[in-house]
Design a protein around this ligand. Structure first.
Ligand SMILES: Cc1cc2nc3c(=O)[nH]c(=O)nc-3n(C[C@H](O)[C@H](O)[C@H](O)COP(=O)(O)O)c2cc1C
Length: 288
């Protein structure tokens, strides 16, 4: 049985799902009498990380890899010869090919720096990108989260080693995912406000890469976007539109807190099984 005294949970979250997973994980640890420190990596210098016994890294999956901001943070970590690491990628599609390759780049860096990777497990949360999984599936994903995080903690503490298994093709596709990380910069630079913009500046204040500057009351976008979509979904008047790739934006927006509220109100009246294999196979397998 592992007994880590110092546990640090580090997360990056574009639209709230990964943060939710991290907070749920911390709650489940607390139920076991284990305290943890939570760090949001957006404003954190990895070089200053005080080495814990157990470091758990939570990150959304973007283009079959961990988000570029997470990969960058991992690269900045100091060397260590004692810290155990668990990686929890959070995706909309689940533990399926090529998502299975999402950790390989960070895994390699961690190993080079001397960290002991002991566990990896994909958590599935509502997708904020391209296609919506539907209300029912999203509610089930939120509902099942405490159970999944509890299972992960049991696994880690009992020393079960579990890793994502990537086939060569998955690794290749994840390598190509770097292209999307770069393309994100152009996506960001193409975003512009329409006439409904109220000049509130929230997009600028909340951007994780400080890519949005207010210029004469209007947001101006630079080339540091990581495509997290926080500005677009978070705009109170839906004023922000990308000039390219607009099909990746869900037409009804993405609001995790609303989904959570609906989940607690409606799920009990709405239990059912899914026959939506196919496109959402990774998600239905996860829920089964
Ligand atoms: C730019 C971008 C790329 C994404 N790529 C993938 C992907 O390759 N595979 C997947 O299953 N989900 C993908 N997603 C969905 C997210 O991983 C998922 O919605 C996650 O819950 C978002 O977490 P967050 O709310 O913490 O940002 C992508 C989302 C974005 C914004």
């Amino acid at each position: 049985m592992l007994k880590p005294k110092k546990i640090t949970l580090v997360y990056y979250s574009g639209t709230g799902c990964t943060k939710e997973v991290c907070l749920c994980f911390a709650q489940q640890l607390a139920k076991k009498g284990l305290e943890s420190k939570i760090i949001g990596l957006e404003n954190h210098d990895p070089g200053k990380l005080k080495q814990p016994d157990l470091l758990v890294i939570f990150s959304p999956v973007y283009a079959f890899r961990l988000a570029s901001i997470t990969e960058k943070w991992v690269k900045g970590l100091p060397k260590s010869n004692r810290t155990m690491v668990a990686i929890v990628p959070v995706s909309g599609g689940g533990d399926i090919s090529p998502n299975t390759a999402c950790t390989i780049f960070s895994r390699r860096i961690l190993k080079k720096k001397g960290y002991h990777l002991i566990y990896e497990r994909m958590i599935v949360m509502p997708s904020n990108f391209g296609v919506d999984a539907g209300k029912e599936m999203n509610q089930q994903l939120i509902h099942i989260l405490p159970e999944k995080t509890k299972e992960m903690i049991e696994d880690i503490l009992t020393g079960e080693h579990r890793f994502l298994l990537a086939k060569p093709l998955d690794r290749f596709l994840a390598m190509l995912g770097k292209g999307e990380h770069l393309g994100a910069r152009f996506f960001g630079a193409s975003i512009h406000p329409n006439g409904t913009c109220t000049h509130c500046g929230q997009c600028s204040q909340k951007c994780p890469t400080r890519n949005i500057k207010m210029d004469g009351g209007m947001p101006k976008f630079g080339f540091r976007c990581i495509l997290c979509l926080r500005c677009i979904y978070g705009c109170p008047v839906h004023a922000l539109k990308p000039g390219i790739l607009s099909s990746v934006i869900l037409k009804d927006g993405f609001h995790l807190q609303q989904l959570k509220k609906q989940e607690s109100e409606e799920l009990s009246q709405n239990q059912s099984n899914f026959d939506q294999k196919g496109a959402w196979k990774g998600v239905s397998d996860y829920l089964e």
